[in-house]
Design a protein around this ligand. Structure first.
Ligand SMILES: N[C@@H](CCC(=O)N[C@@H](CS)C(=O)NCC(=O)O)C(=O)O
Length: 210
């Protein structure tokens, strides 16, 4: 039996992406706590695992993988169970575009909105102007992601892919705020969000808040 160790904490959206995938694959694993809100990723013990002080970090049978896109692609390939990588080049390109949009433009903006309400210290305090900018950017990113989705049920096709597992955990936090209605008022977002919230792997990985 192969051994999977995941460093991170359940409050991290990127860690939840990997946890959703592991749940979908019915894989057992050990979660070693590294609390982002307490600054633990920046402590020497974790910097030895990840030079830029981020979670998640994955160890699989002694092989270490850093960065969520690499971790998710690796686990999707090596673990049995349903695939979260589309079976054709165009849909794979849509998935990768979406993941890059989220990494490059979406995560910071959406977490900027959520952090304003839920964890202001983590984002450097409550700045109303920064929040308004984050709302505008979040809406642009969600609009582009829903354009990529087009008429499909999920971002890169009929089945959920890694792109969907990337976005849902971030939307979870925005959904807890009074700005959710405005951020989520994007064509095509509501049915996608309903489908994601209904996924058992989404429900099984909800962070323990408070
Ligand atoms: N590029 C990294 C980003 C991961 C990331 O930003 N993780 C956040 C938690 S969701 C983190 O570790 N933050 C710690 C910090 O910035 O101090 C990846 O793809 O894994």
């Amino acid at each position: 039996m192969s051994k999977i160790v995941l460093y991170g904490f359940d409050g991290s959206t990127y860690v939840r992406t990997v946890r959703m995938l592991l749940a979908e694959k019915a894989a057992s694993y050990e979660l070693v706590p590294v609390n982002v809100l307490k600054g633990e990723p920046r402590e020497p013990a974790h910097l030895a695992r990840h030079p830029f002080g981020k979670v998640p970090v994955l160890d699989h049978d002694g092989f270490r993988v850093l960065e969520t896109s690499a971790i998710a692609a690796y686990l999707d390939e090596v673990l049995p169970g349903p695939s979260f990588t589309p079976d054709n080049p165009k849909d794979r390109a849509r998935m990768r575009m979406a993941m890059s949009f989220i990494d490059s433009y979406g995560y910071g903006a959406l977490i900027g909105v959520a952090g304003f309400h839920l964890f202001p210290d983590f984002i450097g305090g409550q700045n109303e102007e920064a929040k308004q900018q984050a709302i505008a950017t979040s809406r642009r990113v969600l609009a582009e992601l829903m354009k990529l989705r087009g008429g499909d049920a999920h971002i890169a096709g009929a089945r959920p892919s890694l792109a969907d597992l990337y976005l849902a955990p971030i939307c979870f936090y925005v959904g807890l705020t009074s700005d959710a209605e405005e951020v989520f008022a994007v064509d095509g977002f509501a049915p996608w969000w309903e489908r994601m919230q209904a996924m058992p792997s989404y429900q099984a990985t909800a962070p323990q808040l408070g």
